[in-house]
Write a protein that binds this ligand. Sequence first.
Ligand code: GLV
Length: 308
Amino acid sequence: MKPKVLLTRSLPSSVLARLEAACDVDLFRGGGPVPRAEFLARVAGKEALLSMVTDTVDRAVIDAGTELRVIANVAVGYNNIDVAAARERGITVTNTPDVLTDATADFTMALMLAVTRRLGEGERMVRRGDWKGWAFDQLLGMQLRGKQLGIVGFGRIGRAVAARAAAFGMTVVHSLRSGEGLALDRLLATSDVVSLHVPLSPDTRHLIGQPELARMKRSAYLINTTRGLVVDEAALAWALKNRIISGAALDVYEREPEIHPDLLPLENVVLAPHLGSATTETRTAMADLAARNVVAVLSGEPPLTPVA
Ligand code: GLV
């Protein structure tokens, strides 16, 4: 008898084949997140769970999964999992670091360029039929060369963004929760672009709120590709509306897929639908790494990428 695995979304066929060779796979085919009651029912009797960022794997889910040995999140962030509850039961939790670093850093640059060069505004103007032709002073943005990028959280993705920003001629500073680098206040007060790369934890929830936004330059931009809850969205909408900062580009939100209604009418914010790691190559690599973690743990081997 093969061990039973619950898979909450379909994965590339090569990855499914790897899992099916070693496990008996129960795949939820609903498309969206598994409804709560169904999640609790289907995790029962499973030795492994392959979860997505949209699955809340809290204590109740872990309690319902009495046979669980491994929870493999298909994401680098794992704030959706109650790791302490899993640890109490001796369940291994894994994530997918490294494989998504380049894709996410690339997308951070895409957002930075989009907001500083007013790409969203321009696209909306064209599609509305309002473009009357080239004009000397049309939608002027901010050049990146010579500007300071402040990176908050200097892990794998933060460092990959720093390397890209250097190629654009930016000066890079960073701030770490450990106190290394520039103090956050100083980084906020002096940077032309601030990009957030800290994981979500009780410590980083609403790390950027009204006082922090007020500390930024009026000409500065904020980029968020980590987790929505790191930013107080209502405060950000206030800051953008009142031009406390110049603009923002967001890939993540406090209550995905809901977006704070005050952000939607604003021209100076780029709103992306959580696409940081969304390339075919990267999503395949993430799924494959999660599947290899499951197979390793179920075969009694050490996981490849356990969370700390
Ligand atoms: C996606 O949001 C991830 O954490 O990988």
